[in-house]
Design a protein. Structure first.
Length: 139
């Protein structure tokens, strides 16, 4: 039981770290956002290279950049939240779903996701996530 607690503490810390890395990577779509604003504000800069880009292209870049950034920040928030839940031994299904989604964030998320799934599937760890009033029913 002590080893399970130690593993859960490590998983919690690694989820915090991965959440920070995911938040950092979620700001890369700011390049699209800036490019879209550049297309809208300064279309005359493209005069020497032919016709300026169509006006809707700037909005496509802005919307795409904003949506990708929001998705990345939401994912980072969920990873940090899963780390908090793992530390508190709450919301087992949420932690398992986020561990599965971590596998898409290569390479660190894949490693952390697989280890999290393996550890969360242990019967002793499942029992740690059960509310105390349901422990009598599980035994």
């Amino acid at each position: 039981m002590n080893q399970d607690q130690e593993h859960l503490e490590l998983l919690s810390i690694f989820h915090y770290v991965l959440g920070g890395i995911a938040a950092l990577f979620s700001f890369f779509p700011l390049i699209y956002l800036g490019l879209g604003i550049f297309f809208l504000v300064l279309p005359d800069r493209f005069e020497g290279s032919g016709s300026p880009p169509p006006w809707f292209l700037g909005w496509i870049f802005i919307i795409l950049g904003a949506v990708l950034m929001l998705i990345g920040l939401a994912f980072a928030f969920c990873v940090v939240l899963a780390g908090r839940f793992i530390a508190k031994h709450k919301n087992y299904i949420f932690c398992l779903v986020i561990a599965s989604l971590n596998c898409l964030f290569m390479p660190f998320g894949t490693i952390l996701g697989v280890f999290t799934i393996v550890i969360l599937m242990r019967p002793s760890v499942k029992a740690m996530f059960m509310p105390s009033e349901n422990l009598e029913l599980a035994v």
